[in-house]
Design a protein around this ligand. Structure first.
Ligand SMILES: *[C@@H]1O[C@H](CO)[C@@H](O)[C@H](O)[C@H]1NC(C)=O
Ligand SMILES: *[C@@H]1O[C@H](CO)[C@@H](O)[C@H](O)[C@H]1NC(C)=O
Ligand SMILES: *[C@@H]1O[C@H](CO)[C@@H](O)[C@H](O)[C@H]1NC(C)=O
Length: 469
């Protein structure tokens, strides 16, 4: 009898050992950090063309996966590539003025095709069907005829900048006019471009559209682009973004020279290839991580096996590192939807069907609940295997992210003034699946599964409801 009792007690202890002790996360709404602009992706380099060739029902599924706040990731930022190529061969993004006028003193020969490599369609869907408000248009290069190497690919720089003299003349103003015209074409098509970039990875010479710029050359060009946008007839002037450097550290290294045009700059952008977001950048402007992906691995839709570079779990944490530890206001995965056996995208096209990876749902655990304009707020009370972050949305709801690398954990979430709550989880078996949430005495209570990412949303009124666009 006694030995049986001991055996039962031991069994009980063994079960409990798989569970973490309960902890309560307290949100401090008076402690505020950066404002969140959103989470997003791109369909540049003719990926939008690939999407447009899907059967209509799959096109809708793909768009829903990216942008729907009820059954998709609820992405809130789209990054478009401003074309510079003379044609659409391969995956080239065709220019809005593919032919040289012969001289920078002659008007540019615009040939707007109303498609923009199908990016206009994706943009119109994002904005008008799903309520996306943030469209970032970024040029990888100026057209070849404006550059020192006469080609939009293979590096080279913009003629007329310091150290870049060309026999064809000074094309700086023409390039500023060109970018402004792109924004105007979108405006005429009922899409407002909110952020405008003129360069991508300025430290890289690539066999595709690419252009070299030093930080001081970038600043020199901003001095021309800014007044050009101001003089335009655009009712909404896009914020000027710079410089989409290959890595966080290289972008940080450009900030010194950009300070000379600080009042003209609106946004600092960096990629996460040569260095990941590590710490906040020294700027008063919002900072976005605008391009990251696992470019090496073969396609995987897995959540977690060993923490591989393409796994959803890895991306849940990559976003955390950028937003919580590095003051990023936005996080964009390189490509949303495309074909090919790689992880450069989040949604895979195969046999005319689309399949989402857990990378998409990891971004969605952030994006669907941490909406544009949300302010990151203080959280305390959880540690160990729980990583936590809190955000106050514009509609008054508060989203608390919990990433659990340990065993299942019962977690309480306390926010002053909360009256109801809901929770969602992504792990091996769920994709933003609803998680049972209790609510009593102003505290939400959920069991966060082992190796999962959960988002608990607390609402100021009873009944809750999903955070709206
Ligand atoms: C833009 O919106 C206006 C007014 O709603 C409409 O008349 C026009 O057809 C739209 N243009 C495009 C390209 O969608
Ligand atoms: C702005 O609109 C006015 C009136 O239509 C026009 O005269 C002017 O040239 C436009 N300016 C630019 C920069 O397009
Ligand atoms: C975080 O970014 C904001 C701009 O979005 C800036 O005002 C603030 O100073 C930054 N904080 C830190 C710690 O760098």
């Amino acid at each position: 009898m006694q030995s049986l009792l001991i055996a039962l007690l031991c069994a009980g202890t063994a079960v409990d050992a798989h569970r973490q002790a309960g902890s309560t996360i307290t949100v401090d709404l008076s402690k505020t950090y950066q404002t969140i602009d959103g989470f997003g992706t791109s369909e540049a380099f003719q990926r939008a063309v690939q999407m447009s060739k899907l059967p209509e029902a799959e096109q809708r599924r793909a768009l829903d996966m990216l942008f729907s706040t009820t059954n998709g990731a609820g992405l809130s930022i789209l990054r478009n590539g401003i074309g510079s190529s003379p044609d659409m061969s391969s995956d080239h993004m065709v220019s809005i003025a593919p032919k040289s006028p012969g001289s920078p003193n002659k008007p540019l020969l615009y040939a707007w095709d109303g498609s923009d490599n199908k990016q206009l369609w994706v943009s119109q869907e994002a904005v008008h069907t799903y309520g996306v408000k943030t469209i970032y248009a970024d040029a990888w290069s100026a057209p070849g005829y404006m550059k020192t190497n006469g080609n939009d690919a293979n590096g080279g720089t913009l003629c007329g900048l310091s150290g870049a003299k060309c026999s064809s003349g000074d094309w700086r103003q023409a390039y500023a006019d060109y970018l402004t015209k792109y924004v105007e074409f979108y405006h005429q098509s009922n899409v407002t471009i909110t952020h405008l970039g003129f360069i991508n990875e300025p430290e890289l010479t690539a066999s595709y559209a690419s252009m070299r710029l030093s930080a001081s050359q970038a600043a020199e060009f901003i001095r021309i682009l800014h007044p050009t946008l101001q003089k335009s007839n655009l009712t909404t002037k896009p914020a000027i973004a710079c410089c989409d450097a290959e890595g966080w550290n290289s972008q940080a290294g450009m900030l010194g020279s950009l300070r000379a045009v600080d009042d003209m700059l609106g946004l600092v952008t960096a990629h996460a290839y040569t260095s990941q977001p590590g710490s906040p950048m020294n700027t008063r402007h919002p900072v976005w991580q605008t391009e990251a992906a696992d470019l090496q691995g073969a396609w995987t839709s897995a959540w977690y096996s060993r923490g591989g570079a393409g796994e959803g779990w890895t991306w849940a944490n990559n976003v955390y590192q950028a937003v919580v530890n590095s003051n990023a206001s936005a996080y964009l995965y390189w490509i949303g939807v495309q074909a090919g056996n790689t992880n450069s995208h989040m949604v895979h096209i195969g046999n005319n069907k689309v399949e989402a990876s857990k990378r998409l749902w990891a971004l969605g655990q952030w994006s669907r609940f941490v909406r544009p304009g949300a302010v990151r707020v203080g959280v305390s009370g959880a540690g160990g295997s729980l990583r936590t972050a809190g955000f106050r949305n514009v509609d008054g709801s508060v989203a608390v992210v919990v990433i659990n690398s340990g065993n299942a954990a019962r977690v309480g979430v306390k926010v002053a003034g909360a009256a109801s709550s809901k929770a969602w989880v992504t792990d091996d078996t769920r994709e933003i699946g609803e998680l049972q949430a209790g609510f009593a005495d102003g505290v939400a209570s959920v069991e966060v599964p082992s190796r999962s990412m959960a988002t608990v949303v607390l609402y100021p009124s009873a009944g809750g409801g999903e955070a709206k666009v």
